[in-house]
Design a binder for this molecule. Structure first.
Ligand code: GDP
Length: 169
């Protein structure tokens, strides 16, 4: 559980190619550092952002060794690509795995349908995304990392949920 003074650990989860690195790059402030260095097991960026006029320290963890982070994250952005139905199914699996690792904890999770700029390649509808989030009891947002659309809203949303959880303790 996050206390003031300790950064929130926010973990990016999702199938390969859904845009985790793109999200991490936007968070880090490097809009175009999308060159793939696939040797890295994970990348960590620590940063203070302002949400609703209040600073929030975030450690963003971008990893494909996700199991390791199922237990240690404070919150999760669960990404899929709206152009890739398999990645949508993978997000459901990851949600189930998360629940197994984190039983009885209302860990903040946002289901993120990324690449919403690729309208003609859409394989997952908005309503399917919304329905999946409802089943899994998490928030939902569609984003485009390429257009920098809604990416910060996703980060801000996760901070708001973390604060709600903190304040309800
Ligand atoms: P990761 O494997 O989850 O880290 O995915 P990446 O961030 O490496 O993205 C995979 C590919 O999708 C890269 O070529 C990105 O440039 C591209 N990409 C990521 N987000 C978007 C998006 O919102 N729209 C479009 N059109 N391409 C994206």
């Amino acid at each position: 559980s996050a206390e003031p003074g300790r950064p929130y650990r926010v973990v990016l989860l999702g199938a390969s190619g859904v845009g985790k690195t793109a999200f991490a790059s936007i968070f880090a402030g490097a809009a175009d550092s999308m060159d793939s260095d696939d040797c890295e097991l994970y990348e960590v960026t620590e940063k203070e952002i302002e949400v609703d006029g209040e600073p929030a320290s975030i450690t963003l963890i971008d990893t494909w060794d996700s199991e390791q982070y199922m237990q240690t994250g404070d919150a999760y952005l669960l990404l899929y690509s709206i152009t890739d139905r398999a990645s949508y199914l993978r997000a459901s699996e990851l949600r189930i795995t998360l629940r197994r690792f984190r039983p009885a904890q209302n860990t903040p999770i946002i289901l993120v349908g990324n690449k919403c700029d690729l309208v003609r390649r859409r394989e997952v509808s908005v309503s399917e995304g919304r329905a999946c989030a409802a089943v899994f009891d998490c928030k939902f947002i569609e984003t485009s990392a390429a257009m920098q659309h809604n990416v910060w809203e996703a980060f801000h949303g996760i901070v708001r949920q973390l604060r709600l959880r903190r304040d309800s303790k």
